[in-house]
Design a protein around this ligand. Sequence first.
Ligand code: FES
Ligand code: FES
Length: 214
Amino acid sequence: MEDPQGLRLLGDTPKAVSRRRFIQGVIAGGAAVSSAAYLFRSSAVHGARDSGERLITISVNGPRRVDVMKQETLAWTLRYKLGLTGTKLGCDRAECGACTVLLDDVPHYSCSVLTHTVRDQKVLTIEGLANEDGTLHPIQRGIIDEQGFQCTFCMSGFIMAAVGFLKINPNPTRGELAHGISGNLCRCQDYDKILTTLMRGAENMREVNHVYPG
Ligand code: FES
Ligand code: FES
């Protein structure tokens, strides 16, 4: 059934679009959960191209050339210049962790890092986590295994925070992992399930890396 403008009504959503397929799509493609506000801000950036942009080279999942303004944040560059919308913008003020990426393997809030300051660092975003052949990262597989996350808006940030934390503590207790990702917030308050999911991902990582509890 369609409404007068020809838009599909919610009740018509095909049942075949299961939750599992939804999560897989978001994980694999960093699918945009875009909003009208984001689109508005994006067009504002395009209108500002002549306001002091400089072409620089940065490493974001590999080398890239991009025009940036000196006051431009990394989150902005990722989303609106490079089209890497898997990195989300929630608070845009270093409070929620939705924008977390790795800088030289350490989790950072990309909304609070100026792009021109990362020229000597390797930036890893959710889009660069899977292998080139499409094989998902063990943490991503853990999410599919456990069906974690509700709306998934916070998911990229949690994944990147967990990947960074597990590099320094590959065999954490549930409490240690909770502490390690405590800089990330979930608006759906799905914390228990998220922890279960990430603990499963940690287990997957240990299998892949042949790390066994001592
Ligand atoms: S968007 Fe960066 S911490 Fe919330
Ligand atoms: S699952 Fe919705 S914000 Fe975390």
